[in-house]
Design a protein around this ligand. Sequence first.
Ligand SMILES: [Zn+2]
Length: 302
Amino acid sequence: MGTIRSGLFITALFFAQVTFAQYSFNAEQLSNDLKIISSDSLEGRKVGSAGNAKARTFIIERLKSLGIKPLYSEDYIQSFSITQTFGQAQTGNGSNVLGVIEGNKKETIVISAHYDHLGILSGKIYNGTDDNASGTAALLAIAEYFSKNKPEHRIILAFFDAEEMGLRGSAHFVNSINLETENIVLNINMDMISRSDKNELYACGTYHYPNLKKPIENISLPENFTLKFGHDVPGTGRNDWTSQSDQLNFHLKKIPFVYFGVEDHADYHRPTDDFDRVNVDFYHKSVEAIIRAVNALDKALQ
Ligand SMILES: [Zn+2]
C-alpha cells in the first residue's frame, strides 16, 4: 500500500507541475488579484466610492511593482466628470487608470477592462467578481506578460471606470485623446471571462473586422476549453454584444475591436456574483487563450 501511495503522490505532483507550466503568467497571482479586487472591503467598486478608490490604488501598486510606466499623467490616472441626468441630477468624478508598454512600432493596441461595478444596493454588496474583477485581474496578468515579453506594437493598458454608468470611462478616453497621434489600430476588451458552464469563451467583433479572425483561429487552445466567434451580428438584439461594453466606443471611432466575454449567467448583476462562484480552472484557461490571441494579433497586424 505504502509504495502505491507514494507512486500516486509522485504522479499527482507531476501533473500539478505540467498543469502549471502551460500558463504564461503567474496563475496563483491572478487568482489572488481576482479575490482581492472582488472582496467585500472594496464595497462593489461603484464609481466615486471609497471602494472604487481602493481598487484603483491596488491596480496602480500592482502596475508599479511590474515596472509598467504611466500614460499621460505620472499617477496613472485620467479623471473625468460625470453628470448623471436621469433620476436625481448628480455630478461626480470617474478615474481611468492608464499604463503603457513600448513596443518595436509606434502603432498601438489598447487592451482594456472596466474595474468599476454597482456598489451597494439595498444593503447588499455587489462584488462583481466576474463583472468585471475578472477582466481587471486578467489585465494585470497581461501587463506582467508583456513586461517580460516585449510586444511588436505599443500597448496601452486601460482600466476603465464608470462602464456600469454607460461606458463613460472609455467614451472619455477615445474623445479626449488625439486618435491620429496615438495611432490606435486595435482595442482588445475583456468583460466577464471567469466562468462558463460550457467552458466557452467568446471572441466577439470579427463580423465587423473579418481580418482579425484568422490570427485568433490559429492559436492553440488549452484542453477542455472552447473559443467561439459570434455575438456581433447587427439586428440580433441582446445577442449582439457590440454595444454591451467599452469596445463600443472604439467601434464608434472605427477602431477595430475584439471583445472577450462569456454568456450571461444567473449571478449577472446580482449580489451573488462572488469569488466562490468562479471556475478558477476555466478562468486561468481564458486568460491564457486571451494572451495567445493578443500575441497572434500583435504579430499579424501592421
Ligand atoms: Zn461589465
